[in-house]
Each structure stands twice: as C-alpha cells, then as structure tokens.
Design a protein around this ligand. Structure first.
Ligand code: NAD
Length: 262
C-alpha cells in the first residue's frame, strides 16, 4: 500500500539495520518510495543477495550489529556511499529464547541483549557524529509491546525491549540540543513467519495448541487483529519526516491497542 502524501524525504540518507526482510525491508521500501537513498545491512548474506533482484535500488552490506568491528566497517561503507546520514533505523532484534528464567541458556540471554540493545548502541554511537551534520536528523529504535508490558517466558526479549525505551528517552534528551530526534517504536505482533514461530514456541512451553496462543494474542488487542510490517514502516517514515520535526523521546505503540501480552 502506498503512502497517501509526500513526507519530504527525497534524497534523505537512511541506514536500516536488519533490512533484508520483515519490518526492516518494509521500511526500506517505504523510504525508497519517498525518494530516500537507503542502505540496509543484515546478517543474512543470501537474503541480501536476493535484494539485488527484487530491490536493486537498496544499497546493501553484510553486518552483524552485535559485532563492533563489523559495525565500524558498515559505517565506513554507508557514509562513503551516501556521503553522510540523516536517519538511522535501529531495527535489528531477535526473539531470543522462550522458557522459565531458571531454565534459560545464559548464552542465549547474552546474545539477545547483545543484538537487541547493545547492537543499537553500536550503531547509534557511530551515527551521531554524522547526524549532527544533518538538517533533519533522527533515530528510530525498534522496541516492542514487550517493552511496555511484562512478558512471562520471554524475559531476555522483554528486558532488552524495555532497555531500548530507556536508551531512546535518554538519547533524546542528550541529542535534543543538536536537533537530533530519537523515538522508539513498539510494534505488536506482526502477522508472518516470525510470529508463527514465536506462537509455536510459546504453545510448546505452555503445553497448549498454537491456536490457543494466537486467539489470546488477537483478543488482547482492542482492534482484534495482528498488525502488518507496513503499518510499522509507515510510522517510521512519518517520524523521520519534517512533519514530525517536534516529536522526540516517544515510545510509539503500533499494536491495535494491545492491553497485555500472553
Ligand atoms: P525478523 O525476525 O523478520 O528478522 C529481520 C532480519 O533481521 C532478518 O533478515 C535477519 O537476518 C536479521 N538479523 C538477525 N540478527 C541480526 C543481526 N545480529 N544483525 C543484523 N541483522 C540481523 O524481524 P522482524 O520481525 O522484522 O523484527 C524487526 C524488529 O522489530 C526487531 O527488533 C523485533 O524485535 C521488532 N518487533 C517485531 C515484532 C514482530 O511481530 N515481528 C513485534 C515487535 C517488535
């Protein structure tokens, strides 16, 4: 679905992490449609290569956001090819393990935090000097409904997503004087393969059928439906546009008015 109005982002230089699929790719396409110049990174080399056929205008780099050496290399590539940066979308995030806290593999805990929150720090710290030179600079950090509610059996994911909101609100204050806006996005459950596997894992952990979890999820949203990756992409484009010039420090739920997680 195309956006109904112009967001004045023609020529904007945009970096999106984990942009080879899911919300990241939907966001890359939404920015490209507005005439922005978009660079995506991803850990999945095969998915990046596929973009050469489907989305040839997107610049691409292989990068694991939890690897500081790789992120430094990414920023050399991005700032070299785009000649600066106006928008950072810190999108990379993994679901992490499902289970009771005492049963979790500590390495899975570490990996979830390393990608979901430290990965955002790794990218933001290198983006900020470039964003300071932009006339419309912003950062969008992907949190989750799990960054607003407690989420039993998903403690590493929820802890990382609450951390994203603390990082966002602190950075917004820190960078406000430089005219850099920083917001968090809190998607609800996006229909698609990721949520299918999250539902399957939760159903297994609780010993119920996947349909039980899916119905509980949908019924916790006032609008009684899952969301789409494009819903999230459109909000990120709006927040990066001059129309959102005075919006910073927010954590915006895009979740059909979710009241709790299951
Ligand atoms: P996804 O699981 O579909 O993965 C998107 C991409 O991330 C993949 O191409 C994958 O290769 C890449 N990736 C994984 N680890 C990476 C790493 N270390 N470095 C770089 N790239 C990496 O993700 P999604 O569902 O599109 O979610 C995107 C963001 O939105 C995440 O931060 C996620 O936590 C958040 N979110 C998603 C949902 C949802 O229902 N899908 C809900 C709330 C929040």
């Amino acid at each position: 679905m195309s956006l109904p109005m112009s967001f004045d982002l023609k020529g904007a230089r945009v970096l999106i992490t984990a942009g080879a699929s899911g919300i990241g790719l939907a966001t890359a396409r939404a920015f490209a449609q507005e005439g922005a110049r978009v660079h995506v990174c991803d850990i999945d080399q095969t998915a990046l290569e596929a973009l050469g056929t489907t989305d040839a205008t997107l610049e691409r780099s292989a990068c694991d956001v939890s690897d500081r050496v790789a992120v430094a290399h990414l920023f050399q590539e991005v700032t070299g090819s785009l000649g600066g940066l106006d928008v950072l979308v810190n999108n990379a995030g993994i679901a992490g393990p499902t289970g009771r806290c005492e049963d979790l593999d500590p390495e899975a805990w570490d990996q979830t935090l390393a990608i979901n929150i430290t990965g955002q720090f790794n990218c933001a710290r290198l983006a900020i000097p470039h964003l300071r030179l932009s006339r419309n600079a912003s950062i969008a950090n992907l949190s989750s409904a799990a960054g607003r509610f407690g989420f039993a059996l998903r403690t590493p994911y929820s802890a990382s997503k609450w951390a994203v909101i603390g990082f966002t609100k602190s950075l917004s204050i820190e960078l406000g004087g430089d005219g850099i806006r920083v917001n968090a996005i809190c998607p609800g459950s996006v229909a698609g393969p990721r949520i299918d596997s999250v539902i399957a894992n939760k159903a297994a952990a609780r010993g119920v059928a996947p349909e039980v979890i899916r119905n509980e999820l949908v019924n916790k949203a006032s609008l009684k439906r899952l969301i789409s990756a494009e819903d999230v992409a459109h909000a990120i484009v709006f927040l990066a546009s001059p129309l959102a010039a005075n919006i910073s420090g927010h954590a915006l739920p895009i979740d059909g008015d979710t009241q709790a997680l299951v």
